[in-house]
Design a protein around this ligand. Structure first.
Ligand SMILES: Cc1cc2nc3c(=O)[nH]c(=O)nc-3n(C[C@H](O)[C@H](O)[C@H](O)COP(=O)(O)OP(=O)(O)OC[C@H]3O[C@@H](n4cnc5c(N)ncnc54)[C@H](O)[C@@H]3O)c2cc1C
Length: 398
């Protein structure tokens, strides 16, 4: 049987695309999501800070974020518990460092206002003389958001297959793909495990560039970057309304959490695609830094982890048809914005795959910025034919 759409990857990107594709098509039947691990969201989507910040990222990301926050808040209104709630974001430091990180919509805080909101910064007036605050930032429950998309997709008829790693992608005459799929124990025989599809959506996170290479698609220069974080207990708990705080000079950050605080170095260290784990001593040295620069007192570490944020040059995600591999769709490179851009990217994916173009809700500049990179030869060869790689439309403009 040939699937209409196969999505590779069961993180927030793949699951939100599945739920939105099912909505736009009116059914999830004919959509299969393949996830290599034994469960969905085992990689970066279970390792984030769960913060959605309207002023964080390049211009296309800001537009995708505003739209996504609105959608996530609305979706939560229908549920027993909200999917997101207000959680301000503060950048604190010297004026020049704060100015460099202040986006439109953020408000300046003088030292007294900063210390009232974040008393732990009172002890270091030289490092934290001023700040800026984004009152419109929200926190999401990443587990609940992933589960909501999964339930919505499955209720509409999407099949989600876990323990199914795509190891081969071959285009066929007639515009379909054969995907070779390995089970948990290794590569199964091709005839037992091959899947056919008209459209392949590459939502493989840190592995997206490798999936593109398997398909012979155009390289997108997607690079995974490590970021380490931890949940810690505090000697003195935060007040309930305490904001997330980012150190403007070095980018490490902390925010309140039910156990105490979530802390991160905020680093971006290049890595291969893998199941990343913290470097020895990284969390201990972050705890020392926080205790030296602020009045926070860390009582213990509950959990530590490293996730891979995958970006292409320019830090704008890639969402669109590959120029060289017809029927191959990129949904990757969400970097540190995968949750805050998820609803908008899922909707753009669904509209491009099903209808051939993105509606007016998203600006043409952002749609253009999301477009996959193309080799010059592919652009020249493909423009006269009028095809954009979309088998559903026969090639409407992106
Ligand atoms: C410390 C940290 C903090 C962050 N904080 C935030 C934040 O506050 N807000 C925010 O918006 N974003 C944040 N992010 C970024 C966000 O977590 C990511 O952008 C997002 O999770 C990426 O989702 P994804 O679905 O693309 O990737 P993933 O969640 O990694 O999913 C990709 C999936 O593809 C599967 N896969 C790979 N290869 C194959 C294959 N061959 N066959 C089948 N399946 C395959 C993998 O197993 C994986 O499940 C943070 C990230 C980190 C690390």
């Amino acid at each position: 049987m040939c699937q209409e759409i196969v999505i590779i990857g069961g993180g927030i990107a793949g699951l939100s695309a599945a739920s939105e594709l099912a909505r736009v098509r009116g059914t999830g039947r004919g959509i299969l999501l393949l996830e290599a691990e034994e469960d969905v969201a085992r990689h970066t989507s279970s390792r984030s800070a769960q913060q959605l910040i309207p002023g964080y990222g390049p211009a296309p990301v800001l537009e995708l974020t505003r739209w996504s926050i609105d959608q996530i808040l609305r979706a939560g209104e229908e549920l027993a518990a909200p999917l997101a709630w207000p959680s301000a974001f503060v950048v604190a430091g010297r004026p020049e460092d704060v100015a460099a990180m202040t986006a439109p919509g953020m408000r300046s805080l003088n030292r007294d206002e900063l210390v009232e909101l974040c008393p732990e910064l009172a002890t270091n007036p030289e490092r934290y003389p001023v700040a800026a605050i984004d009152d419109s930032a929200v926190r999401t429950d990443a587990t609940a958001l992933v589960a909501w998309h999964r339930a919505r997709a499955e209720a509409a008829g999407v099949e989600i297959r876990t323990g199914a790693r795509v190891v081969g992608l071959t285009p066929q005459d007639g515009g379909t793909w054969v995907l070779d799929v390995a089970g948990p124990g290794g590569t199964a025989a091709r005839e037992e495990a091959a899947v056919r599809a008209r459209t392949v959506v590459n939502a493989a996170g840190a592995w997206a560039e490798q999936i593109g290479a398997l398909a012979g698609a155009t390289p997108q220069e997607l690079q995974p970057y490590r970021r380490t974080a931890a949940l810690v207990t505090l000697a003195e708990p935060f007040a309930p309304e305490h904001p997330m705080v980012d150190d403007a000079a070095q980018d490490w950050y902390y925010r309140p959490d039910t156990v105490g605080a979530m802390i991160s170095w905020g680093e971006a260290e290049p890595s291969d695609a893998c199941n990343a784990t913290p470097h020895e001593g990284a969390v201990a040295s972050l705890a020392e830094t926080l205790e030296r620069e602020t009045a926070l007192r860390i009582a213990g570490t509950v959990k530590e982890w490293t996730g891979l944020r995958t970006s292409r040059p320019g830090d704008v995600p890639v969402c669109g048809w590959d120029a060289a591999a017809p029927g191959f769709f990129w949904l990757a490179g969400q970097g540190g914005y995968g949750f805050q851009t998820s609803s908008a990217l899922a909707r753009a994916t669904a509209e491009l795959v099903v209808q051939g173009r993105v509606g007016w809700w998203l600006s043409a500049d952002t749609v253009e910025a999301l477009r996959p990179a193309a080799r010059d030869a592919d652009v020249v060869l493909r423009c006269p034919t009028g095809t954009d790689g979309n088998p559903a439309t026969g090639g409407a403009a992106l």
